[in-house]
Design a protein around this ligand. Structure first.
Ligand code: G1P
Length: 298
């Protein structure tokens, strides 16, 4: 029987080494982009697609994620007493969602994190959101993927065309273009060297998976970096069923990388009603200073 995509997994047990020392004792997923932690953008994106069951795969030092999506009585009391009703509403806005947590004891890779979600997924399709790939709310990537899933009833991976020199940061596919933005995938490689990459179509952090991925993940051997790779498991799955890629051409921030994180921060701040004016002026002043300095140097 066909069921719609109502569940989502957020793998969040990684060590966040690219942001050390900030992530030594606190999760990368809780780093703020302006005034919301990274993971909240992903949760809001899933909510906007009518997804109703959420799972976060956590690990050590991740308690603050659970606290973030829960009531905070002391804080509420203080906000109530000082009449900050809007803020009170804002901090409790997402507490109603049906959120479960599963701990991944060892950070053995993305494939292993997904395998931990098996009891939650059961026999339904599931979306996966890697929360450090931030898609701004005006984009409809996940919704478009869900619509495509309804039509094809097969796993769908979000793809982006990246510069050849950057392919080694991603899982990369080879495939045949079936229609506008849709590829039928015939091979996947995790983080290939640019000269060995089958294309420049990179997997970005949105997936729709079907429960048959678990049979493959259960037998998976460590791949790149000694980790159980989701990319390898999907490559294996290709022997049993079709898998499709959806080419995204909209805006995405790789906020798992310091430069991408800063770009997301700047762009979201410029869209923030309270900040955009003063922050925009500051950016312009800074740009002028930068330009003058560059001129002085040459
Ligand atoms: C993971 C996946 C990779 C994918 C990427 C997208 O890598 O393993 O295939 O392209 O996410 O962000 P990570 O960024 O966790 O190293």
């Amino acid at each position: 029987m066909f069921s719609d995509v109502k569940k989502v997994i957020f793998p969040a047990a990684g060590l966040g080494t690219r942001f050390l020392p900030a992530t030594k004792a606190s999760p990368k997923e809780m780093l703020p982009i302006v005034d919301k932690p990274m993971i909240q953008y992903g949760v809001e994106e899933a909510l906007s697609c009518d997804i109703s069951e959420f799972l976060i795969i956590t690990g050590k030092h991740k308690h603050s994620i659970e606290d973030h999506f829960d009531y905070a009585f002391e804080l509420e009391d203080k906000l109530k007493k000082s009449g900050k009703d809007k803020l009170l509403e804002e901090i409790n806005r997402l507490n109603h969602i049906n959120l479960a947590y599963i701990r991944q004891g060892y950070a053995l890779g993305l494939g292993h994190a997904i395998l931990c979600a098996k009891p939650f997924v059961k026999d339904e399709p599931v979306a996966v959101i890697l929360s450090d790939d931030i898609i701004p709310p005006e984009e409809t990537l996940l919704l478009d993927m869900i619509r495509l899933y309804r039509r094809l009833k097969s796993p769908i991976l979000a793809l982006e065309r990246v510069p050849k020199k950057e392919v080694s940061r991603y899982g990369v596919i080879s495939g045949v273009k079936e229609s506008e933005n849709v590829y039928r995938i015939n091979g996947l490689v995790e983080k290939p060297a640019p000269e060995k990459a089958p294309s420049s179509l990179a997997i970005i952090g949105r997936y729709i998976l079907t429960p048959d991925i678990f049979d493959v993940l259960e037998k998976a051997k460590p791949g790149k970096g000694g980790e159980i790779q989701l990319t390898d498991a999907i490559n294996e799955l290709l022997q049993k069923r079709p898998v499709y890629g959806f080419l995204f051409t909209g805006k995405r921030y790789d906020a798992g990388d310091k430069l991408g994180y800063l770009k997301a921060t700047v762009d979201f701040a410029l869209k923030n009603r309270e900040l955009s004016g003063a922050f925009g002026e500051y950016l312009l002043e800074t740009a002028v200073k930068l330009k003058n300095n560059i001129h002085k140097r040459v």
